[in-house]
Design a protein around this ligand. Structure first.
Ligand SMILES: [Zn+2]
Length: 269
């Protein structure tokens, strides 16, 4: 589009609300029809789907988004709120629904509500690769051996000057796989750690331990089928968590004492 094209859009009204659309960065739907940014932020679906929307489909979507807002206000009652990076996994166990408010999903004050049965998998990664993966139908989360033997991968990747202590950093990411008309996957930051070399390994383990709250909750969400029947007992998911820490113990990452403390905590004894 040339300069003239940009200027000719100047006073084109938004086909949804009638406001003048901004010339640049306007969200475009089918046939490059621009809509205003106020309407654009209300959309919550995979970015590449948006430009294929007809005006009618967009109106339907926005009506659904209003219904979502209404449901958040009147139905959604999260009883578990688990921090992930800059956001939270909010779980309403009674209604079997959850949200993760993310900017990439549109208005963070109106995060899409997902049903338990729409979650089909998750992957937890750090900058170096996969840490843990679980997809519906798997018998247990797949833990990559590298992640649970961190001693082998805690290589200082910043500079070679040993006289000058430097921080090591890792970023974590959580990806959810969804069977939802608007979202087939969503990725969230799952925090990061930065620490001096001698502290790094411990910080890494502590961070993984916090994230195990998130992954255990996601596994539990997937363990409940559409009819609301638990297909995986709570005891099973506790056993999985204990196995994670057992690997850390076997890898020499945590001490016997730390393992036993964690085991007692998980078993609630
Ligand atoms: Zn508008």
């Amino acid at each position: 589009m040339g300069i003239l094209g940009i200027f000719s859009n100047k006073k084109k009204p938004c086909p949804i609300c009638g406001e003048a659309t901004p010339r640049l960065l306007a969200t475009k739907i089918v046939d490059s029809t621009p809509i205003c940014s106020d309407c654009g932020i209300k959309i919550s679906m995979v970015h590449t789907q948006v430009s294929n929307l007809s005006l009618e489909e967009l109106k339907e979507h926005l009506a659904m988004r209003e219904e979502n807002r209404n449901n958040l206000e009147h139905i959604f009652r999260p009883n578990r709120i688990i921090p992930i990076g800059f956001t939270n996994l909010n779980i309403d166990e009674a209604n079997k629904i959850f949200t993760i408010p993310l900017h990439m999903c549109g208005d963070v004050n109106n995060p899409p509500i997902f049903k338990f049965e729409e979650l089909t998998g998750y992957e937890l990664r750090d900058d170096d690769g996969l840490i843990e993966r679980f997809h519906k139908g798997d018998t247990a989360p797949q833990l990559t051996s590298a992640a649970y033997e961190p001693a082998s991968r805690m290589i200082d990747r910043v500079g070679k000057d040993d006289n000058k202590p430097q921080d090591i950093s890792r970023g974590f990411k959580l990806k959810l796989f969804l069977a939802n008309p608007c979202w087939n996957q969503m990725e969230s930051s799952a925090g990061s750690i930065t620490a001096r070399k001698y502290r790094f390994q411990q910080e890494y383990i502590e961070h993984l331990s916090k994230l195990s709250m998130v992954t255990a909750a996601l596994t539990a969400i997937m363990g409940v089928d559409a009819a609301g029947n638990a297909t995986q007992s709570n005891a099973d998911s506790i056993a999985e968590d204990i196995m994670k820490f057992k690997r850390l113990l076997d890898g020499g990452i945590i001490t016997e004492e730390e393992f036993n403390a964690k085991k007692k905590q998980l078993l609630g004894i």
